[in-house]
Design a protein around this ligand. Structure first.
Ligand code: GUN
Length: 293
């Protein structure tokens, strides 16, 4: 069994991006600029956004943060997005989710200029992804593809089972794994809360991607010998084993599944660190006008 080290891979890609930014500066090009909008004071969202800002700094990008209280109106938020859309100095724009209930999230996402939508959430980018046209890919699925690539994991003709059908992970990774491309060319099955015989389907997987949002859901008896297991889950649960009183668990029961599979991503240090790297890669593509000319 081999551990897929997302932390090390992310560090490697970040240093490649930093090198490219230094070269851009040398030849007088503008450095990539990512803007983030953060609404309210949800601690997880604050942590994610500050992680994104720190990573920008590390690779030499400019980052700007637009922070507003949870009671900002939808109209005001649309004005902010419009303002950033029109700012020629900003290459990428993300609106951290979730948004407060009084704001229509789809309306906000659709208001983002698709050429700046480095989260890949705008319907135009989703549509382009489905058609295998140049598009910004959503961060977590893009991070998973990069792990397959960096570890030279064969995907053609494999049975890929995906647990979860969210807009952010399950649905886009199902499209990407079935596309005529590498990584891709898989026969994909998507399992969700209404799936019958889920455990049996999991046992057919050469590649199992768990994004179901339930701690340690995948047990060894659900995994075929030598499968590749990608764990997208991250859950902070109470623990007597750690000083902090908490530990992080994935959607996969790591101790038992790792003994049976050929490759596995740990939690933490697997898929997580790759998501920010994907956002940086998309922002770099935006600055270089690689997706929208
Ligand atoms: N909330 C959880 N994941 C994400 C993400 O990838 N992008 C944004 N904008 N918000 C999120």
């Amino acid at each position: 069994m081999k551990i897929i080290d997302g932390k090390a891979t992310a560090a490697e890609i970040k240093s490649e991006i930093a090198k490219e930014v230094a070269e851009m500066i040398d030849i007088g090009k503008d450095v990539p600029h990512l803007a983030a909008i953060l609404i309210g004071d949800d601690p997880a969202s604050q942590t994610y956004v500050s992680g994104k800002e720190k990573s920008c700094k590390k690779v030499g990008f400019i980052s700007s943060l637009y922070k507003f209280p949870a009671d900002i109106s939808e109209k005001e938020l649309l004005k902010v997005v419009d303002f950033i859309n029109k700012d020629d100095e900003v290459n990428g724009l993300i609106v951290q989710l979730p948004l407060p209930d009084h704001i229509n999230v789809n309306k906000i996402i659709e208001s983002i200029d698709p050429s700046k939508d480095v989260d890949g959430f705008h319907p135009l980018n989703v549509g382009k992804m489905v058609l295998n046209l140049p598009a910004y890919l959503p961060a977590t699925p893009y991070g998973i593809l990069q792990l397959f690539e960096r570890y030279n994991i064969e995907t053609v003709g494999k049975n890929c089972v995906i647990l979860g059908r969210s807009n952010i992970v399950g649905t886009p990774i199902s499209i990407l794994m079935s596309r005529k491309a590498y990584p891709g060319n898989c026969t994909v099955t998507v399992c969700h809360s209404k799936t019958k015989n889920l455990e049996k389907i999991c046992r057919t997987a050469d590649i199992l991607i768990a994004a179901i949002g339930s701690p340690e859901f995948v047990t060894a008896d659900m995994v075929k010998k030598d499968a590749v297991v990608i764990d997208v889950g991250i859950h902070r649960v109470k623990s007597k084993e750690t000083k902090s009183g908490y530990k992080l668990l994935g959607d996969v029961k790591f101790d038992e599944v790792s003994k049976k599979c050929s490759y596995i991503t740990p939690v933490p240090g697997g898929v997580g660190p790759m998501t920010i790297v994907s956002l940086l890669k998309n922002t770099l593509k935006a600055a270089k006008k690689e997706v929208y000319k």
